[in-house]
Write a protein that binds this ligand. Sequence first.
Ligand code: S3P
Length: 191
Amino acid sequence: MQTSPDSRTAVNRGFRNRSGGAPTVVLVGFMGAGKTSVGRALSARLGLAFEDLDDRIQNREGKTIEQIFLDSGETEFRRVETAALRDLISELRGLPCVLALGGGAFVQAENAALVNEAGLFSVFLDAPVEELLRRCEVEQKQRPLRQDPMQFRELYEKRRLAYMRASLHIETGGKDVETVAAEVACSLGLG
Ligand code: S3P
């Protein structure tokens, strides 16, 4: 059967906000994928609020992500991450926004289920691992799980299959933030 160019948009695939328009977009992917920068550009483009799950966690705990890892370890960080995601989704009440998750969030089955059950449109931003590594090296951001390059590559490979379960996969290698944001907007039928 022939499909119209538009039949693959998020709305035509059944992802909708509570008024029937474009759904909340959840950006997922590894460290350095551009989830926050693309998220900000996309929210400006669509006139939607932008939420960053790591910022929420930091506000909630009154500590940086790095400090949470240092004081309480990764297991506790993951517990807080899930609680913050659950609260954020229920606060949205079906209203659309652009949401950037931290690099490990969508890999946790419980978090992916929260996103899917709420009918949110998840977008995996990917890039060759060497480019992800380079982007992280130039950013000032402290990342507790950005260890040595070998561990970085191994963790990426281990997680990639989980990211591939997102509703959409976009290759960002060699592209600038605005180009990627435009591609996500097109996938929503808002390009
Ligand atoms: C993490 C990625 C970080 C942050 C935390 C854990 C991960 O977010 O959530 O350090 O497990 O990959 P970014 O992907 O925005 O760096």
